[in-house]
Design a protein around this ligand. Sequence first.
Ligand code: SAH
Length: 217
Amino acid sequence: MKVVKKDYADKRRRMVDEQIRGRGVRDERVLQAMEGVERHRFVPERMKECAYFDEALSIGEGQTISQPYMVALMSECLELRGDESVLEVGTGSGYQAAVLSCLAREVYSVERVERLFLQSRERLEMLGYRNVHVVYGDGSRGYEKEAPYDRIIVTAAGSKVPDKLLGQLKEGGILLMPVGGAFMQKLLKIRKVKGKVLEECVTYCVFVGLVEGSKRN
Ligand code: SAH
């Protein structure tokens, strides 16, 4: 049986109620964005039926689209009001970038795997997310061209926050990154206040690794 647009909208509403609002995400703009962005368009064709499941899904190249709750939680942690410039490291499917594009002014998203970069750039363009700019390269070095940023979100895990990224964060800005080992990390929320770095652990999480270095930059 063919799943029509309305069925996906129903699944999405349920996803927001049960997985996201139900687990304590309260920012109305985030809840609205999660209800608006068609997650099934960001997963491989054969996985469309699983798009609204409470889990991360494989998108090929050994990479994943994060669990919906994690995308919502990270978006809420960024405390976006709508006029910010955001850097994302790890575009993957482009889903987190699409959610951020509903919450901020401009989103720059860097991806080091060429196939994922090309695919997500085309996808986001086709779906009309005009304020997302997908960049090919090593995001562990940030993206100097549009720096500094109000917010930086790293959606891959590393053993520490790269200095280059901290350097591209504005005073008063927030940086989020999973930091730890390969199998479990702390999701760190870092605030730059008067040049100092204040750090808190939001939760524990499991992300694929941040790989440093690429052919391009
Ligand atoms: N935010 C994504 C999920 C990220 S999965 C989504 O919404 O679908 C992590 C991604 O980070 C993968 O696509 C991986 O290729 C990418 N990545 C890993 N190291 C990177 C680096 N140094 N620079 C840019 N992207 C990187």
